[in-house]
Design a binder for this molecule. Structure first.
Ligand code: 6GU
Length: 242
């Protein structure tokens, strides 16, 4: 997968050299390039923002550098990338959207700062490529950079060959619309706290049942919205009894 990121803070993306994302870059699974928006400014002060039309606090990113950046990274004569714009006004970022993005050949992230990017940049881009504004959740960040780190980590781990054990993709939280059951490792007793007996029983049927019950209980307590959204057909008789 090819990924381009445009930001006025390219240094924010240094962590993408680390860990499994760094490894995916190293072996060519992820071809990632970070670009400085200011390289597309044309004035001596390398201005990227200005005051909002209609008044109000803060600054808005001017359209000109963004237009040149998108012209350069998504030339009209080539197959366009999917443009992703992190914004608290976007659609929620979910595991389902991460899977969708992991299937794209080319992603282009446009990181806004301040009160956001002039809307015409997105409207114009939408005449050339698919554009999705994405939000991490119901809170406000200074800019899109940290959101891109989050989105890219969620997407990269879904790329073929990135996770050693593909089974961990299937069992994790959100894979089946439930939160994951708690996990334990050695020692069996630590600070007077025991690992649940069932997990040491070797009875794989009982273990699977226990994990399913824990997942349902956790999801009900922490994410009643997820439990309500579950397909009733995905529940078994013993779930409904619980
Ligand atoms: Cl994606 N961007 C910004 N600036 N704030 C956010 C967000 C994104 N998601 C939640 N808050």
């Amino acid at each position: 997968m090819r990924v381009d990121i445009v930001s006025i803070f390219p240094e924010y993306f240094a962590p993408l050299d680390l860990s499994l994302v760094g490894k995916a870059r190293g072996n060519g699974t992820l071809r990632l390039v970070v670009h400085d928006l200011r390289s597309w400014t044309q004035d001596v002060h390398r201005t990227v923002d200005d005051t909002p039309y209609g008044g109000g606090p803060g600054m808005v990113m001017r359209p000109e550098p963004w237009g040149l950046a998108l012209d350069a990274l998504a030339p009209p004569e080539l197959t366009p990338p999917r443009l992703l714009v992190p914004s608290p006004a976007g659609v929620p970022f979910t595991q389902a959207l991460a899977h969708e993005l992991a299937a794209e050949p080319h992603l282009l992230f446009a990181c806004g700062r301040y009160e956001g990017i002039d809307q015409r940049v997105l409207d114009h881009a939408a005449t050339r490529m698919p554009v999705t504004e994405v939000s991490l959740g119901d809170y406000v960040l200074f800019g899109g950079e940290v959101a891109v780190l989050v989105i890219l980590e969620a997407v990269t781990r879904l790329l073929p060959g990135v996770l050693g054990n593909a089974g961990s993709l299937d069992e994790e939280s959100h894979a089946h619309g439930l939160l994951e059951a708690p996990m334990y490792t050695k020692p069996a007793t630590w600070r007077g706290l025991d690992v649940p007996e069932v997990l040491r029983s070797g009875d794989h049927g009982r273990i699977a049942r226990w994990r399913r019950d824990e997942a349902l209980a956790r999801t009900g307590a922490r994410r009643p919205d997820m439990l309500a959204a579950l397909d009733p057909g995905s529940l078994d008789k013993r779930d409904v009894a619980a």
